[in-house]
Design a protein around this ligand. Structure first.
Ligand code: FE
Length: 267
């Protein structure tokens, strides 16, 4: 090994666009806020965006031999990478369930696949919607370093968001670990496409944080009740119409989720 251990060695995924770097040979800094006059690099150019043949303006050491002086963006980057890894593990886990157990179960909607929608940190914990061919759930994962391995599967917990209270069920899986799930839709037979399911998932996440939708009742139960009412209406309509018309089933739309599902009509 040379004396260059600790150099970034081209590992662009390890440094943020805000990273201030310095030459390991002569300690000349590269600050993205200043750019590099000698090589006509404009201020605002991140170190990772410098051309591959860029070298130290003072001693001509190659770009790979620079090291991180300070990186104010790296915490946010590491957090984003951690969130992405947790979300990916969730998708991998439930995709395996799909292939191993669910694929041939009659209630599944084969137009859909497992997808994580809108996952972001909420009070430090990953929160988003997981949709699959057989369910759409709000999912809450533990914060970094938080241990949910002792959650009792099946235990209920009410969690409050700006729009009100939601019933979450505790659960755990080998890959995902402990998690909390709030059932939004199951089964998923009324959805006509993945894109439509994703749109509804995004609408749910928006409505979740809207205070004007607040109600004191369990909101997930309201969503289900609204959906059941819709399904009943569809079933009645089907009974009156011919078999061809019965194929045209109104799937949940963004508007229905917002107005019927989460608008707090009872409040
Ligand atoms: Fe240098």
């Amino acid at each position: 090994m040379s004396g260059f251990e600790g150099s970034y060695l081209g590992a662009n995924d390890k440094i943020s666009p805000r990273a201030i770097m310095e030459c390991k040979i002569c300690w000349t800094p590269y600050d993205p806020a200043e750019g590099d006059d000698t090589r006509q690099v404009l201020p605002g150019t991140p170190f990772i965006a410098l051309p591959d043949d860029w070298s130290c303006p003072n001693c001509d050491a190659p770009k790979e031999q620079f090291l991180v002086s300070e990186d104010p963006g790296s915490d946010a980057m590491q957090q984003a990478a951690w969130l992405a890894a947790r979300t990916e593990a969730l998708v991998t886990d439930f995709t395996e369930v799909w292939h191993a157990k669910m694929r041939d179960v009659p209630i599944v909607n084969k137009l859909l696949h497992v997808q994580a929608v809108g996952f972001d940190l909420y009070q430090g914990r990953p929160l988003g919607v997981l949709l699959s061919p057989w369910f759409m759930n709000l999912i809450l994962l533990p914060a970094e370093g938080e241990d949910w391995s002792d959650l009792q599967p099946g235990a209920k917990e009410y969690i409050t968001f700006a729009s009100g209270q939601y019933e979450f069920i505790h659960n755990k899986r080998d890959m995902t670990g402990g998690y909390k799930a709030c059932s939004l839709f199951s089964p998923m037979n009324d959805f006509r496409s993945q894109a439509q399911a994703v749109e509804v998932a995004r609408a749910v996440l928006v409505a979740l944080f809207q205070e004007e939708h607040r109600a004191e009742t369990d909101r997930s139960a309201e969503i289900r009740a609204a959906r059941e009412a819709e399904l009943e209406a569809v079933t009645e309509a089907e009974a009156e119409e011919d078999a061809e018309a019965a194929l045209i089933i109104e799937a949940p739309t963004r508007r229905q989720v917002l107005t019927a599902g989460l608008s707090g009509e009872q409040g």
